[in-house]
Design a protein around this ligand. Structure first.
Ligand code: PLP
Length: 396
């Protein structure tokens, strides 16, 4: 197949993309328009959590498409209720609102917290978020994010998102005033370079929030659905958040997201929240297939085994190359390098022949790994061996 330049010219330019078109995927492998195969350790940023085109997901989508695609959110549909029951059963939350992207789920969380503040806390509306945090690309979620430069990109920002520092409780305390309604964080900051909130910090944050009558919101868009080795990352720290958002992995590759809340927090009244596509049976049927795969006995045990293998392998590469170690939780991991050659390594990995490898560098000196949760032990070994070669080649 030839590279389609006129097709490229018809797309709005929003990012630098390599001149290749992916045409097919299976498990941890992608194939481009020339037939070259790539070992994929990015998986659409932790989205295709069961790899590309997993049979259970393909079957669920195919069967549901034949039955009913979208009766409209003004009516009940069975897959949305079945998926909501599963999420409620596996978590501390009582109710679920489905959305189509992580940003939209987070917008919903922000709205729910502000509404709760109006009803229960005298109009308190500020939500403390964190430096380097990432919550999405709508105006409100960009304002909630702590990405450098985003405060001025589409100014003026949505007001009311003071920024604290991760794992620094005093920095949170210092921002609390009588207008504060919630604290919102990623249990592991993903875009920031895989920075986990410590168990102690999560516990202390929960206590602090309870003391001050604040909601604790966990953005599990990247960390949820088994990514960290538990179904939800907050479960590593034995706390009960008030609100949680999910996206990315929940649909296994299709647009699906969820806003989950405890009963006391569910203060939306009719008309406060909605969306044309929200909770449609095609996407929620896909979500059920993903959920049931992750929730099957033994699945998370094997995720944790593979994560251990990846962690050990990355640590060995770090020592061999004089790097700064590795970090992460479960299958969301990062190699902390000693130099800013992340982009060169990503490019060399992609250009490797005859088979390439897809890697991600969220910072110039950090490589992030978000492989399929069901990647095989052999594929991890292969990826580590290739990475070693590529580092040698880039640093030669
Ligand atoms: C990716 C991501 C989002 C945004 O999700 P979209 O589906 O791209 O809108 C929000 N929060 C976190 C933690 C993310 O990783």
């Amino acid at each position: 197949m030839k590279f389609d330049q006129s097709g490229v010219d018809a797309l709005m330019e929003i990012t630098a993309r390599p001149e290749l078109v992916f045409v097919r995927g299976e498990g941890s492998w992608l194939e481009d328009h020339t037939g070259k195969r790539y070992l994929d350790l990015v998986q659409g940023w932790a989205v295709t959590c069961l790899g590309h085109c997993p049979p259970a997901l393909v079957e669920a989508i195919t069967e549901q498409a034949k039955l009913l695609i979208n009766p409209s959110p003004a009516f009940y549909n069975q897959p949305s209720m079945d998926l909501a029951k599963r999420i409620v059963g596996a978590s501390c939350f009582d109710r679920v609102f489905f959305a189509n992207s992580g940003a939209e789920a987070n917008e919903g969380a922000i709205k729910l917290a502000r509404k709760w503040g109006r009803v229960k806390r005298n109009g308190a509306y500020k939500i403390i978020t964190f430096e380097h945090g990432f919550h999405g690309r709508t105006l409100a979620t960009m304002s909630a994010s702590g990405k450098p430069g985003w405060d001025t990109l589409y100014a003026p920002q949505v007001e009311g998102f003071p920024k604290a520092r991760l794992n620094d409780l005093d920095s949170v305390k210092a921002l609390i005033d009588d207008q504060t309604v919630a604290v919102m964080l990623e249990p592991v900051q993903g875009e920031a370079g895989v920075l986990p909130a410590s168990k102690e910090f999560m516990g202390a944050l929960r206590e602090l929030a309870t003391q001050h009558g604040l909601l604790l919101i966990v953005d599990e868009v990247q960390t949820g659905m088994g990514r960290t080795g538990k179904m939800f990352a907050y479960q590593h720290s034995d706390i009960t958040p008030d609100i949680m958002t999910l996206a990315k992995g929940i649909g296994g590759g299709v647009p699906l997201a969820a806003l989950c809340a405890r009963e006391e927090v569910c203060v939306f009244e009719h008309g406060d929240q909605g969306g044309t596509y929200n909770g449609n049976p095609l996407m929620t049927a896909a979500g059920i297939a993903v959920f049931d795969t992750i929730n099957a006995p033994g699945f998370l045990d094997s995720v944790n085994e593979r994560a251990q293998q990846l962690s050990t392998g990355l640590l060995a590469l770090s020592s061999k190359w004089g790097m700064k170690g590795e970090r992460g939780l479960g299958m969301l991991r990062a190699l902390m390098m000693d130099r800013a050659d992340g982009a060169a390594i990503v490019e060399a990995a992609r250009n490797r022949s005859p088979e390439g490898m897809l890697l991600n560098a969220p910072r110039t000196d950090v490589l992030r790994f978000m492989p399929a949760l069901n990647i095989s032990a052999d594929e991890i070994d292969l990826a580590l061996a290739w990475l070693d070669d590529i580092i040698a080649q880039v640093r030669a």
